[in-house]
Ligand binder design. Structure first.
Ligand code: URA
Length: 248
């Protein structure tokens, strides 16, 4: 079959958006306000994958629009990019109640949408934010973000070779200055990675990199933003609370 033309893949992405917005594959559809498909440049070379929508994302139907999103935009600005120039998505497209961890069955149900997004957008570099996205896209459900952050890996995802680049989740870095420093340092390597995708390890075949992965029972808790009452501004959470939440 000939490769999809650009208009083909754009309309396929729009069709996928409608499918996600109507999705009832897991129980999260019963409690969400809006599904969050993701947004940005449909032909972006750089794609970010977070964990799941939080309160603000659920309200607005857009990814990373709360405090973590503001930090992500600031980090992008530091490397000369805007959110419109990248594509931002999540492992889960619907908010887990009270921002609890994604459950294995929810990841299982939702992951085909992410694989299809990757196949249609064809990013060259995929930056995973935190544990859930990293474990799913690396195909390694054991090794946590603390060990692999800042280390580019070559993978075959969505049918083509990409550089997978795991970094800390911005929501975690919000509460821990040392982690924010590391996140800034890891982020600063992105332009070089985009310029030279061969900096990473050799590719891993799709069978290893695209498993139907359920994170282990020992999966660390959520990196989504903490629960925010509708009226409140972004929450102030101490770093000890963030640690208990398993943000890192
Ligand atoms: N955290 C995420 O992982 N995704 C969002 O969209 C917002 C916060």
């Amino acid at each position: 079959m000939p490769p999809a033309t650009e208009p083909d893949s754009l309309s396929a992405l729009e069709a996928l958006r409608r499918e996600v917005e109507a999705c009832t594959l897991c129980d999260l559809h019963k409690t969400r306000t809006r599904a969050v498909f993701g947004e940005g440049d449909p032909r972006a070379r750089l794609m970010f994958v977070g964990e799941a929508p939080g309160y603000h994302e659920d309200q607005q139907g857009r990814p990373f629009v709360g405090a973590a999103g503001k930090l992500l935009e600031e980090l992008l600005g530091a490397i000369g990019l805007t959110r419109e120039q990248v594509f931002i998505a999540n492992v889960l497209k619907s908010r887990p109640p009270n921002n609890r961890d994604p459950q294995p069955g929810e990841i299982e149900a939702c992951q085909p949408y992410l694989w299809r997004q990757i196949a249609l957008i064809e990013p060259r570099v995929i930056c995973t934010l935190g544990n859930f996205a990293t474990k799913l896209l690396s195909g390694d459900p054991i090794t946590g973000i603390t060990k692999v952050h800042g280390k580019p890996q070559r993978r075959e995802l969505g049918g083509h070779a990409v550089t997978l680049y795991p970094i800390f989740h911005p929501a975690a870095a919000l509460y821990t200055p040392a982690m924010l420093t590391t996140l800034r340092e890891d982020f600063a390597r992105l332009p070089a990675l985009l310029a030279d995708e061969s900096v990473a390890e050799p590719p891993v075949p799709p069978s290893a990199a695209e498993p139907v992965v359920s994170p282990s029972a020992a999966e660390p808790p959520s990196a989504a933003e903490p629960v925010v009452p509708p009226s409140a501004a972004e929450p102030a959470v101490s770093s000890s609370v963030a640690e208990q939440l398993g943000l890192f």
